[in-house]
Design a binder for this molecule. Structure first.
Ligand code: DGT
Length: 136
């Protein structure tokens, strides 16, 4: 454990729901965690509120205008001295059809299917909580 205080990167992600399914996107080549299935979202930029950042990311990555819902849970993960703090929001309503503008592929999956997909470690460690949230 390093004595140096971590640098924190705040990340916002969306649990985009359609019936019992949730949307995941496959991270593109040339990015960290390439090929893994993530919840759409990204880093909060200077001056943005979390909900504004998430709405922007969903516009850029999926070409939708999303209505950002309730804050559901958060997770932390460390890469050496850098920590990411991921904040998850529910998204039930949006305008437009989701398009893989940024991801290699998009899939609507049942919560239990998340167990058999390669997903980021930051999500794996809270997968039980994510699954319970999605099933209720
Ligand atoms: P990077 O990581 O430097 O290649 O940058 P980007 O632009 O690919 O990363 P971005 O903006 O998606 O930032 C999200 C960071 O959070 C990235 O390091 C991956 C990590 N992460 C872990 N789980 C998730 C997730 O479910 N969704 C998203 N969007 N990011 C996640």
């Amino acid at each position: 454990m390093s004595l140096k205080r971590p640098t924190w990167i705040p990340v916002v992600t969306a649990l985009i729901r359609k019936g019992s399914k949730v949307l995941v996107g496959q991270r593109p080549l040339g990015h960290s965690l390439a090929g893994q299935w993530e919840f759409p979202g990204g880093k909060i930029e200077r001056g943005e509120l979390p909900e504004e950042a998430l709405a922007r990311e969903l516009r850029e990555e999926l070409a939708i205008e999303a209505d950002i819902g309730t804050l559901k849970l958060a997770s932390t993960h460390f890469f050496g001295d850098t920590g990411i703090m991921i904040i998850f929001y529910d998204v039930h309503f949006w305008k437009g059809e989701v398009k893989a503008v940024h991801h290699m592929d998009l899939r609507w999956v049942e919560p239990q299917e998340l167990r058999s997909l390669p997903i980021p470690d930051a999500n794996k460690k809270i997968l039980d909580r994510i699954t319970v949230l999605l099933e209720n």
